[in-house]
Ligand binder design. Sequence first.
Ligand SMILES: [Zn+2]
Length: 207
Amino acid sequence: MNIPFESPCIKCGTTNAWNLQLNQDEIQWTCRNCGHLNHETFQDNITTGLKILRRALRELGDHKDTSIGIVLSAMALECEASRLYRRHLITTGKNLSDDEFEDGLRKLGNVRQKIDEICRTMDTSGLDGFAAKCPDISQYIRDELPWLFGTAIAEALQKRVFRPRNSILHAANVRFDEKQAWEVYELAQFGLAVLQRMELAKYGSIG
Ligand SMILES: [Zn+2]
């Protein structure tokens, strides 16, 4: 999967667009203006989930492809949650095979239960308890997502991110307009940001 980035050439300053692959954390690219070979490296905090979210942004912003924008937004969030579950298992000494890992994830339940359980591995007060403890997250909810006030965050993610994704993938529903797709993207982005904040609080690093 191509992940679109752009950055200035360190020699001539020209902004170049280039693609990163999901598993890459460094890349060399040749400036289209001066031919200089640039070398970019990424810190761990550009996780796979964030990379997928960048692709969602490209599909929504440039290509106006609402269906794939929604699918990728949900995928980004799911990917981040799964990574955090794996990190929890590794930290607690459980080095599982891929099959065992899949089984473990499945046993957590539906997507809402899964997100809640994974969040509780990082903060015993859970996703909503953690969000309530962070003044900037509470403020963001008040300003940008007022309808979320009083609703469990994982429930909102299930209904407003994963349900649209499922209706596209399970029923070929392609009737989402741009406004609806951006709402899904922004909520997935919010969910992913809160997960990363929880990770940072628990482990002191992201990735
Ligand atoms: Zn250049």
